[in-house]
Ligand binder design. Structure first.
Ligand code: ZN
Length: 435
């Protein structure tokens, strides 16, 4: 499959293989006492593009040799502890930057991106990433992203080697004391200069132009160019680095991570593709929906590659391909109020005001209510509105039947009526208690 994708690459396609390298352990060659080593995340992308034919004459025989460009991308990100943060957020942000770069530089418009990864759940096989695939067209000028997951245990290739180059350079510099890489930003700034040119780079471009037979040695995974990027979740740092003219600085927004509902049987899926023409705009502008085409196997038959149009894919029954509608899911926290403050309930506010007059205080607080309830030997736990309702009930009974106390059943009723919508009040109180 990957081989077919590589060989049938078309000018409008970008083929990306990606994986995170193991976290970089940034230990100094010579460590001072108390020095703690930091870690950096390194996300590597191998991008193949611009496939074309070169015609060469060797001893009066004509050879048509197909070549493409193969670029290697390294994105660094800070991570204080090992293994943290190499996740879908970094992957999605970096991929966008890679695609955007080719859209800006390529002669042919890039309209299709094929991404190959392993099955890692936290990085690629998760709803957050699926949602990014569905909405890729919005961010990247209508591009179609096809994400393909390698079958287990056989996802090794050049992309693993790509990470080694970086690791090796850092290690050898540290040991020889010729360079120090304390954090991810230094890795980015230094390596971008030090190993930008691929080692032993040959004059492929020149040979191609001159139709030199040496071009026949150029294989698909010969590195053409190396790119370096830096991923940060700090918006201020991001803005500053961009202003300073650094390229491929990526902002990883960890506050707003859109997600969607879980797809049934996610683990079985090995192919996820977006459909740029599927977007349906909702009337409120907040629930736009998109189509995702999911399947248990990716397919590269001639039909699926678009080379035959009057037939159906012969493997459909194996792939179990289906089209699903997805839209952004409002995070639980926001939906239920969570830490978002709710507008005060007018009925409660009126009740507090009334109690305030009765108790002769300017503002009714939870503390005040608890003290009043305790004084009257009444239960004093619950949210502010519950406490207030209890006290109100007490006063009401007392006014109607002087000397009589409310019945226990009346209090139970109040407690049952207590619901989550009152929780916003507690927050307000937490603030007033501090005063
Ligand atoms: Zn097919």
């Amino acid at each position: 499959m990957r081989y077919i994708d590589t060989k049938t690459l078309k000018p409008h396609q970008l083929l990306v293989f990606t994986d995170f390298a193991a976290s970089l352990n940034l230990v100094a060659g010579e460590t001072a006492n108390c020095a703690t080593a930091r870690h950096a995340v390194c996300d590597n992308f191998v991008a193949l593009h611009s496939r074309r034919d070169v015609v060469v004459n060797v001893k009066n025989k004509t050879f048509v040799h197909s070549v493409c460009e193969c670029d290697i991308w390294h994105f660094f990100g800070d991570s204080m502890s090992k293994g943290k943060k190499n996740d879908h957020v970094i992957h999605a942000a970096c991929l966008d930057d890679v695609v955007r770069t080719y859209q800006e530089t390529s002669n042919v418009a890039i309209t299709e991106v094929i991404v190959w990864t392993d099955n890692c759940g936290g990085q690629y096989k998760c709803n957050q990433n699926f949602y990014k695939i569905a909405t890729a067209a919005d961010r990247l000028q209508g591009v179609e992203v096809k994400h393909r997951f390698a079958q287990k245990y056989c996802f090794k290739g050049v992309w693993d080697g790509a990470g080694m180059v970086v690791k090796h350079k850092i290690r050898s510099d540290e040991i020889a004391c010729t360079g120090r890489y304390p954090d991810a930003i230094t890795c980015y700034k230094e390596l971008k200069v030090n190993i930008a040119e691929p080692k032993n780079k040959k004059d492929w471009d020149k040979w191609e132009q001159e139709k030199d037979p040496k071009i026949l040695d150029k294989t698909d995974f010969v590195t053409s160019k190396r790119y370096f990027g830096f991923a940060t979740e700090d918006k201020v740092e991001f803005k500053r680095l961009e202003k300073e003219g650094y390229s491929h600085i990526v902002f990883t927004d960890r506050v707003n991570i859109p997600t969607m509902d879980v797809i049934k049987g996610t683990q079985m899926l090995h192919s996820i593709a977006g459909d740029p023409s599927s977007k349906e705009v909702s009337t409120d502008g907040q629930h736009d929906s998109y189509s995702l085409i999911v399947g248990q196997m990716p397919c590269a038959c001639q039909v699926c590659r678009g080379e035959i149009t009057d037939q159906k894919c012969p493997y459909e029954h194996i792939r179990k391909e289906r089209r699903i509608r997805v839209s952004e899911k409002v995070p639980r926290q926001q939906k239920e109020g969570g830490n978002v403050r709710q507008p005060p309930n007018p009925a409660n506010e009126a009740m507090y005001d009334e109690l305030g007059i009765k108790l002769r205080v300017d503002k009714v607080t939870v503390k005040e209510l608890q003290a009043q309830l305790r004084e009257r030997n009444l239960p004093f736990s619950g949210s502010k509105s519950t406490l207030a309702a209890r006290l109100t009930l007490f006063f009401k009974r007392f006014d109607e039947h002087p000397g009589e106390r409310p019945l226990a059943t009346d209090y139970i009723r109040i407690d049952e009526e207590e619901d989550d919508s009152n929780k916003g009040d507690d927050l307000e109180d937490a603030v007033s208690n501090e005063e």
